[in-house]
Design a protein around this ligand. Sequence first.
Ligand code: GLU
Length: 282
Amino acid sequence: MIVTRFAPSPTGYLHLGHAYSALGAWRAARAAGGKFLLRIEDIDRTRCKPEFTAAILEDLAWLGIDWDGAVRRQSEHFDDYTAALGKLEAMGVIYPCFCTRAAIAAEIARAGSAPQGEASPIEGAPLYPGTCRTLPVDERLRRVAAGESFALRLDVARALARTGPLAWEEENEGSIAADPSLLGDVVLARKDTPTSYHLAVTHDDALQRVTLVTRGADLFIATHIHRLLQALLDLPVPRYRHHKLLTDARGKRFAKRDKALTLRALREAGRTPDDVRALAEG
Ligand code: GLU
């Protein structure tokens, strides 16, 4: 049975791009007599707001989208992610990184390599130059014990040495060879945040038995890392469909800051759910 999902982060109101994404996943599930799940990815407690979560549920219902089972809110499941992180730690594939953003930028500038400009939710994260990867164990322990703030990063090379080459099935494209090094040693958790997007999304898609992950093409690059996490954590591998991103008349991607194109604003302007479905799916 096909199981799809829509997994927004409640950092703002849903816009037409979200409607397109949610409708695509919902239609794929409903057409096949499968399940459509709704998951709220609210691990970032500073940017996510309960009022946006409430608005997401309301806007989707208004649009005529129904979901199966309970809504999973990631902020209620930090223990799950901590457990997954513990498994990776036991495998020796994560390490504490004490670098500040400024230190990473300086190191990149010194090495003369350009930062990566990835898209949301991994936007702007520079490729980590690996400064803390080789710190001696006693120094790591000393700095953690001294209360220094740190991030836990995935040692991609070590992880890959364990798993060997990996691939995933992309709808309409076939097998894609995973190259997790594209994003470098990504952050999987921080001292005060027990998970990152990469870990939580991979964990939850497996836990919720999602068989088809449909999401924007901006997240295609993240799938290289997700595939590696699946292999490490012995998780099932869904199929993927990375869909096009809706753009405005000038070819710019819709973003939460485009207030006029939020479902809320369109509804207040008198548009019906039918209108909005037509606008989103064109
Ligand atoms: N929560 C992510 C976002 O709102 C999407 C995650 C996903 O679909 O994998 O951008």
